[in-house]
Design a protein around this ligand. Structure first.
Ligand SMILES: [Fe+2]
Length: 162
């Protein structure tokens, strides 16, 4: 059984955003497996960097979709993304630079808990604003297709804003 599983209850009603969320969950599972099978810090870091790159790509897509829909809480949502990115980098630096072995499980728990809570609470809050809005699909597609089975290749660079 995977460390972290996506379920229909996590769907925000936008296939490309759901697809991103699945990809992030896959990468967290990959990080978990790397830790479980005793991968060294450099292998762990490689997976982690793929996760960071995908998170940044996903946040950019999601924020563009929310902007296209005139989501009223976009500023707060963006601030939450920024806070998470900063926390993630801080935790990552403690693990990879400080060599604190005990932080591996802590890092995984932090990533899983944050993403789970974010999807089910903050992301779910925008769902009613996106439903039936013709701009959603168009804005999401500007960032390319989602990756349902991400590989270690970094995702495409973050596109320029609207
Ligand atoms: Fe979000």
């Amino acid at each position: 059984m995977p460390f972290y599983e996506w379920s229909e209850s996590m769907s925000v009603g936008v296939p490309l955003i759901d697809s991103d969320h699945r990809a992030l969950i896959d990468l967290i599972n990959r990080l978990h497996d790397a830790l479980e099978y005793g991968a060294g810090p450099s292998d762990m870091d490689q997976v982690f960097q793929s996760l960071v790159a995908y998170i940044e790509f996903h946040f950019a897509r999601e924020e563009a979709v929310l902007a296209a829909c005139g989501y009223p809480s976009l500023a707060e949502h963006r601030a939450e993304h920024d806070r998470f990115t900063a926390d993630m980098r801080y935790t990552r630096d403690r693990y990879f630079s400080g060599g604190e072995a005990g932080l591996g499980p802590h890092l995984l728990a932090f990533l899983k808990d944050w993403l789970n809570n974010h999807i089910l609470v903050e992301d779910m809050a925008y769902r009613p604003f996106l439903e039936g809005n013709a701009e959603v699909e168009r804005a999401a597609l500007r960032f390319g297709p989602g990756l349902s089975d991400p590989d270690p290749t970094p995702p495409p660079p973050r596109p320029a804003g609207p």
